[in-house]
Design a protein around this ligand. Structure first.
Ligand code: ZN
Length: 456
């Protein structure tokens, strides 16, 4: 065991290179939350680790959601009246609004503009935008190109399909001596982008590949699930076995040049929180710790009040704090082998620490941070869908275009996550930093939509 650990530690720079190579291989694939790009990605990962791949059919109910239709794409372009391709999916898959329905017609500049997305703050990059739950089509282009478009008759062509099919995800369990599990989860659902999210995918693949050589106390469950809908699907299918999960981390954005940042679990003081913080402290490197917020990636589902699992997230720069986030600049040059290696080494140390402390703490140590309130006039509410987030788009409460940096549902996500009978609206306003009036208004809206109820 000691020998194997030592061997892995000495190989870390090489592992960083291997992670980068795998990322370069996966980069060109056009992924989404369903479809052949996601499947192809899982098939490539299977060459490294024996992933079990699951297919969940369209329309399957998963908590408040259902599995969407499957999206696939072959080609897409915009041509001007001279027949020149001015936007070409084959040059960058970010050019297509992810989940675009098929289109083939000639339109004016005005009409075209209502289907174009650009990023004025960074005019040279192609932004990444999605429309998973609102039927639409569109193209993403650099802002500079948008400004140069002239009056013309444009041919828009998207050869895609949106049909009943399935959602794919991968899972791999390394059995340890105990049935108690450590959950490590990443989301292989973005098209050609690296830090968010191929960095997490390659880190977990290589980590699993090396961990399986060791004799371990805990069992380690690796999830490769499309973001949000995949986490909700997995939790819905495994609702009764989550008690085995003792610690966990959501893995993404682990390959940028920034310092390591740990976002605590919702519990705030779970063993995983204390362990990661200790590893970062002892690393001698600069680092940052942030409290749990109901924004970000799949920790939103794992830490929804109905589960409240001890799952944090160890990243480098947390989105959207790097300018390359959700753009064509998040590429194979931006993410470097040395940063991937450094993140790998920190994850490996966290695992060694958890193994070392196995059986030393009982769950009583996982004391949730609560806020004492003695004011009798405060209002407490209960989230009526406490297991994962409800499908806000269905209730008309969510933005139509995904991938942007700004989330207009912030107050709603805070209220839903903390309306567990222990936090009042006043507490939620304090925790979130969102104005009380705004929180109260959002709570009224959620009551109207029957997603929230006042406690008597
Ligand atoms: Zn993302």
């Amino acid at each position: 065991m000691e020998n194997s650990i030592h061997e892995i530690k000495t190989q870390i720079p090489e592992i960083g290179e291997k992670m980068h190579e795998l990322m370069v291989e996966l980069f060109p694939i056009c992924r989404s939350i369903t479809g052949n790009g996601l499947r192809k990605t899982l098939t490539i990962l299977k060459k490294h680790i024996p992933l079990d791949v699951f297919e969940v059919p369209t329309k399957t109910k998963v908590f408040d959601w259902e599995i969407p239709r499957e999206w696939n794409i072959n080609d897409a372009f915009i041509k001007n009246s001279k027949g020149e391709k001015i936007v070409d999916f084959k040059k960058s898959n970010l050019h297509v609004l992810n989940y675009s329905i098929p289109v083939n017609k000639k339109i004016s500049l005005d009409e075209l503009k209502s289907h174009l997305y650009s990023f004025p703050e960074y005019p040279d990059v192609i932004p990444y935008r999605t429309s998973y739950y609102n039927e639409n089509w569109g193209f993403c282009i650099t802002h500079n190109q948008l400004l140069q478009l002239e009056e013309d008759l444009y041919e828009v062509f998207i050869d895609s399909t949106l049909e009943d099919g399935s959602l794919s995800y991968g899972e791999y369990l390394i059995k340890g001596k105990s049935e108690n599990e450590v959950l490590l989860s990443c989301y292989p659902c973005h098209p050609s982008m690296c830090n968010d999210n191929l960095s997490g995918v390659v880190l977990l693949t290589l980590l699993a590949k090396h961990l399986k050589k060791l004799s371990l106390q805990y069992s380690y469950r690796f999830l490769f699930i499309p973001e949000t809908i995949g986490a909700i699907t997995w939790l819905s299918r495994n609702e009764h076995s989550v008690v085995k999960i003792k610690h966990g981390l959501v893995v993404g954005c682990v390959g940028d040049p920034g310092i390591s940042t740990y976002k605590k679990s919702r519990q705030g003081n779970a063993e995983i929180d204390r362990t990661v913080i200790e590893v970062l402290k002892n690393s001698g490197d600069e680092y940052k710790i942030t409290d749990f917020v109901p924004k970000g990636s799949d920790e939103r589902q794992f830490c929804s009040p109905g589960f409240n699992l001890p799952i944090g997230s160890l990243q480098r720069t947390i989105p959207p704090d790097f300018p390359e986030y959700h753009t064509s600049a998040d590429n194979t040059e931006f993410v470097k082998a040395e940063y991937l290696a450094d993140s790998f080494s920190k994850y490996f140390k966290v695992i060694l620490k958890l193994e070392e402390n196995f059986g030393k703490f009982n769950s009583k140590n996982n004391k949730e941070e609560t806020h004492e309130v003695d004011n009798k006039n405060v209002q407490f509410f209960l989230n009526l869908n406490p297991k994962c987030e409800p499908m806000l788009a269905k209730a008309g409460l969510y933005r139509k275009i995904g991938g942007t940096r700004y989330n207009d549902a912030t107050s709603i996500l805070w209220i839903l996550n903390y309306s567990d009978g222990k936090h009042s609206l006043q507490d939620i306003s304090l925790l979130s930093g969102v104005d009380f009036k705004q929180i109260k208004q959002a709570a009224e809206l959620l009551q109207e939509k029957k997603l929230l109820k006042q406690m008597l």
